[in-house]
Design a protein around this ligand. Sequence first.
Ligand SMILES: CC(C)[C@H](C(=O)O)[C@@H](O)C(=O)O
Ligand code: SF4
Length: 413
Amino acid sequence: MGTISEKIFSRASGQDAKADDFVMAKVDYAMAHDGTSILAVRAFKEMGVRSVWDPSRIVIPFDHLVPANNESTASLQFDIRKWISEQGIEHFYDVGNGICHQVLPEQGFALPGKLIVGADSHSCTYGAFGAFGTGVGATDMAEIFAAGELWFKVPQTIKVTCQGSLGQYITPKDLTLHIVGKVGADGATYKAMEFYGQTISELSMSGRMTLCNMAIEMGAKAGIVPADKTTFDYLRGRAVEGYEPVYADEDASYVKEFIINVSDLEPQVALPHQVDNVVGISEVPQTKVDQVFIGTCTNGRLEDLDLAAQVLKDEKVAVRTIIIPASREVMKEASMNGTLAILLEAGATIGMPGCGPCLGGHMGVIAKDEVCLSTANRNFRGRMGAGGLIYLVSPATAAASAINGYITDPREI
Ligand SMILES: CC(C)[C@H](C(=O)O)[C@@H](O)C(=O)O
Ligand code: SF4
């Protein structure tokens, strides 16, 4: 009698964990990136603890400001590299390897049934593998570095069932934005979400990651897709250790249920400046675009780049179009299968793997009143530059809009 979260916390805490219980849980993998490891390491040092609990269970990708954009970033990264080597952290992915939420799954750390905690809010991405993945602040991460465990309140769970198959150019991002619009930006606060139904079973791992990635945009602590054959196939030859998938019981109790039918879903757009300000593309008035950005931990995967290339083949972009593969692996595959050549031929600019301009640090910050059509997960005011406007869409919609210079339904190209 339990949800996936209750079962994972029961195992990780060694007690029968039910929703709303407070438990001390052992973390399987802890992640911090260049942005948050700085604060986590500072807090860790202040605790006076000599060495981390387990250097083989800490994963540190550098992705947010890479390569360093100025001297102060460079010197912070220098300090972290030093700490990483002193502590013997085994899984350090330096500049160029890619975004944490792509690197961990690719390298086989995102595994069914595991408790994976990251010092980054989109750590819920790992739920795509049937794991409990969640984000914490830097001081909580310091606790984990020291002891390998942390207090958690076991979340209640919302069940989302998705029926029907996605149509042509209707992508997992459209499904995700549609769900965010229905549930609302605070509709799942401190809850776990479990995703079921035909639509979900048909999603690739890439699509499931897009979906779970945005669970936090509804306030959720975790977004979980139960592991199935698609999961096991992806993990074959990749998983860093053995794992035991965890499934909810028939009589598990859910605080709320949503049923979503995608049969007639059209491309979705989240209008500025709220992520749940979601409408169907037919309701968007003609909107001129200044910049298109395809990338991030939401939509920078091979499938996303391939889709953009499918739309952009033999076409030219009318506006500046920045495409940033989520990882080196993605970039390598996109270069081998011809996708990068198509994108370059169309006039797009390819950036090196990492977060890029997603949170307004570099590589595509926008000016006041400029419109950026982005495949990311957040369109908050000022995120990519003060006074800029961010519209969130799928890679297909982003690519189609790049051709016309205004927001365009990819089915019309
Ligand atoms: C920098 C980091 C703390 C932040 C997060 O946690 O989400 C970033 O990745 C973001 O997307 O805004
Ligand atoms: S790609 Fe964007 S949302 Fe994802 S971790 Fe980086 S900054 Fe955060």
